[in-house]
Design a protein around this ligand. Structure first.
Ligand code: GLN
Length: 488
């Protein structure tokens, strides 16, 4: 491997070279930083780049490797979505409210990465407080899709997806409340996994909608995805919704065939308004899963899917309105100085500190939770949530996994949906039912329409990410979509 191409490696490739002492973590890190210097001008994936700290961490990783103690992520240049707390390192959530916020502690996932001596090289751009599907709602700047710079990368983890697609980092972490890992992964041609709710600790993840949020990997291939899961999954007593199940080795079931697996294709996910090329790509991909040995049922059905979007846009804003009450200009973050008393301080802090999408969510949520409306909206949405969850439970009695498109279309143009929140929300129609049910799902590269990537979503049983990874791996071995790189 040429030294100036090291950033193109996957985790498992880089790991082999590190282990054999053919490259050093400092070389890998320098290569990633150089790549960032080349591409950032075009894509704007990062909010913060930590060159000096990164090189110091890389040296420490090299020392650890020299002592014979190498873990799968040791020395690997990694980027982190800016909604995950990093001790001593600015964590903005893409918001003016937290523009200068320096967390006093690391999120659990960061502790876990650091325990392996992964090298954190910076923080990635996102929609403000993870509310959005295009990364245009960042308070700082939009991120651009490397496949076509006039298009969005998806969101809200757009920065992380773009960073992995452009080789700015070898892997990245994102968060997913209604699709924010999978949808940008699909738009950018990378692998993105939303784990089962409770599988990865949310300790130190800045809360958007606490009953839906999960942290997960964005990677260049499925093996890397399993390796990052091995690093970040597991019980954490500091997250009360973390589940004390043993953590498997996620690489264990990566085998190139699918015999004995039953896969359902729920027709409700092939929605009206879906782009034809997306449908065709999915049909071909599902055919491939059949060739690999899976038994396909093209007639699966999850009829409650049609209520998921409406329920999500009651539940998520309700939780957000409660979670975002903490930004009052008193405890931390931005404070508007030009105010006469404490009430005015809070009002103006929130007026100037939050962007319009965040305000929209707070208003929606506050309304849905207010006296007299609570039962009509919030309680009803909770009941719909239970029905959707039960429907998935039923489906998983018949199938080991369900396969759908990740999004109904390829990446859309910047500005195209900005003035029409409903259109923006619809781009998550295939991903958000998964968060409502709390089940895991992965998006993997599955084709192109006019040189724009298409993603396939594979949905699995709770706490059985291994089955998803197996299906994704077998498909990846049989295709080479994931190897295509954007023309930057
Ligand atoms: N786009 C969805 C929303 O705006 C999902 C966001 C996410 O998963 N964080 O709420």
């Amino acid at each position: 491997m040429q030294i100036n191409k090291l950033h193109q490696l996957t985790i498992h490739e880089a790991h082999e070279l590190l282990k054999q002492r053919k490259v050093s973590s400092v070389e890998l890190t320098e290569s990633a930083l150089k790549r960032i210097a080349q591409t950032e001008k075009k894509v704007h994936a990062c909010v913060t780049i930590t060159e000096d700290i990164a090189l110091k961490e890389a040296k420490e990783a090299d020392n650890r490797i020299a002592s014979g103690n190498i873990a799968p992520l040791t020395g690997i240049p990694t980027l982190i979505k800016d909604v995950i707390c990093t001790k001593g390192l600015r964590t903005t959530c893409g918001s003016k409210m937290l523009e200068n916020f320096i967390p006093p502690y690391d999120a659990k996932v960061i502790e876990k990465l650091k325990a392996q001596k992964a090298v954190i090289i910076g923080k990635t751009n996102m929609d403000e407080f993870a509310m959005g599907s295009s990364t245009e709602h960042s308070a700082f700047f939009p991120t651009y899709n490397p496949w076509d710079l006039s298009r969005v990368p998806g969101g809200s983890s757009g920065g992380s997806a773009v960073a992995v697609a452009t080789d700015e980092a070898i892997c990245a972490l994102g968060s997913d409340t209604g699709g924010s890992i999978r949808q940008p992964a699909g738009f950018c041609n990378v692998v993105g996994l939303k784990p089962t709710y409770g599988r990865v600790s949310r300790f130190g993840l800045v809360a958007f909608a606490s009953s839906l949020d999960q942290i997960g990997p964005l990677t260049k291939d499925v093996t890397d995805c399993a390796l990052v899961m091995n690093a970040i999954a597991g019980y954490d007593p500091r997250d009360s919704t973390s589940v004390p199940y043993p953590t498997p080795d996620y690489t264990e079931q990566l085998i190139p065939e699918l015999k004995g697996l039953r896969i359902g294709v729920p027709k409700e996910y092939f929605v009206e308004g879906m782009q034809n090329e997306v449908r065709t790509a999915l049909e071909l991909a599902i055919g491939k899963l059949g060739e690999l040995g899976a038994e396909i049922d093209w007639e699966a059905s999850l009829p409650y899917t049609k209520y998921a979007l409406a329920a999500y846009y009651i539940l998520a804003p309700s939780e957000a309105s409660a979670n975002l009450a903490r930004y009052d200009g008193v405890k931390y973050g931005f404070r508007e100085q030009n105010a006469n008393n404490v009430i005015e301080t809070t009002e103006k802090t929130r007026q100037f500190g939050f962007g319009s999408e965040v305000k929209r969510r707070i208003m929606l949520g506050t309304y849905a939770l207010s006296a007299g409306y609570y039962e009509a909206y919030y309680l009803k949405a909770q009941k719909v949530r239970t029905l959707i969850k039960q429907e998935f439970d039923q489906a998983f009695k018949k199938y080991d996994a369900l396969v759908t498109p990740t999004s109904p279309t390829v990446a859309f143009k910047l500005g195209e949906k900005l003035e029409d929140p409903m259109q923006m929300y619809l781009s998550d129609v295939c991903t958000l039912p998964i968060n409502i049910a709390g089940v895991p799902a992965i998006s993997i590269p599955t084709g192109f329409a006019d040189n724009l990537p298409i993603g396939m979503q594979i949905i699995g049983k709770p706490f059985n990410e291994q089955a998803l990874l197996r299906i994704a791996f077998a498909y990846e071995q049989a295709t080479d979509w994931h190897k295509r790189k954007p023309p930057l």
